[in-house]
Ligand binder design. Structure first.
Ligand SMILES: [Zn+2]
Length: 319
């Protein structure tokens, strides 16, 4: 049996295909612009060309590729390969899996991009070798992927694992999912930059405003950490408050799944122990009577850009 599979990380700006070997190493990679908006059939043809190109460039016959896996934004029916709704692309009822199978003549698995990236981290990154793992990505929102016993937790209609939309403040900040007080409204990196922006409006002497070039609207999630490191007390208060919200949701993850490891990704995870050490301390304190003192590991994601490709290339094992 061939040792190669292809994983595709399909995004709104770029699409990357990786040829992946049996030890989940990427042996070839090609990235093209997604070039939206374009008709779905046109994009499918480009995806098929992308697959053939990545194999050809690596000197591998496409006939030797066992299957293709794709991580895409949108609500995905993993069983049928059908993408119900994709806001980024403007497609409704996209028959991606079957269409691409017809174009390529091989099996195609389609998964939600957050799940595919989490699965990559599980297969070859920070959660490698664990039985149960939860991957939390702190970005504009909070993405999460839950892998239990080597299988992605999908839910009966493929909407499971939305930890970002669990409520941690009843009646709290409005969320675009329709609820109030969702975890991602307090603990995403966007929430951190919003908190920082609000803080500098009240405390314009804060170093954070200077680091944002004097314009609060140019705040980002790195500035509060940089200002805190330089001794800014307003930044310290903002960061500590935000970290408590991150940790509150992670304690919920621990009490729900008790995974061996929780991996934290997103740009803010570059803060390393400055972020992780206080999270561990808070989570340990909050969960000690439930976990009887044996804490899941909490660490940063390792794969960054390649997680989506590797996870998609491994999808056949995720069922
Ligand atoms: Zn929500």
């Amino acid at each position: 049996m061939s040792k190669y599979t292809i994983g595709i990380d399909l995004g709104g700006t770029t699409m990357t295909a990786g040829l992946v070997d049996e030890s989940y190493q990427i042996v070839g990679k090609v990235t093209w612009a997604t070039r939206l908006p374009r008709p779905a059939e046109d994009l499918e043809q480009a995806l098929a060309d992308l697959c053939r190109t990545v194999a050809k460039n690596a000197g591998v016959s496409f006939a030797d590729v066992r299957y293709v896996g794709i991580g895409t934004p949108g609500s995905v029916n993993f069983t049928t390969g059908f993408v119900g709704y994709n806001t980024n692309f403007g497609y409704y009822d996209w028959n991606l899996g079957p269409d691409l199978e017809a174009l390529l003549g091989c099996k195609v698995y389609v998964e939600n991009d957050a799940n595919a990236a989490a699965f990559g981290e599980y297969i070859a990154g920070g959660a490698k070798g664990c039985k149960d793992a939860v991957v939390i990505t702190l970005g504009t929102g909070i993405g999460s992927g839950i892998i239990l016993g080597g299988k992605i937790l999908r839910g009966f209609n493929f909407a499971a694992g939305e930890m970002g939309h669990t409520v941690i403040v009843k009646g709290g900040r409005p969320c675009n999912c329709g609820r109030r007080g969702c975890w991602e409204r307090y603990a995403s990196s966007r929430a951190l930059s919003e908190d920082a922006r609000e803080a500098v409006c009240k405390n314009p002497e804060s170093l954070m405003l200077k680091l944002a070039g004097g314009d609060a609207n140019r705040m980002n999630a790195k500035i509060p950490f940089d200002a805190m490191a330089a001794g800014d007390e307003t930044a310290r208060a903002v960061v500590n408050n935000w970290i408590e919200y991150v940790a509150c949701g992670i304690a919920n993850v621990v009490n729900t799944f008790e995974p061996e490891v929780i991996c934290i990704g997103g740009g803010v995870s570059n803060q390393g122990e400055t972020l992780l050490a206080p999270i561990r301390a808070y989570v340990e304190e909050e969960t000690k009577n439930i976990t009887t003192g044996k804490m899941p590991a909490i660490r940063a994601c390792e794969l960054t850009n390649d997680a989506g490709v590797i996870g998609a290339a491994a999808l056949a094992t995720s069922i």
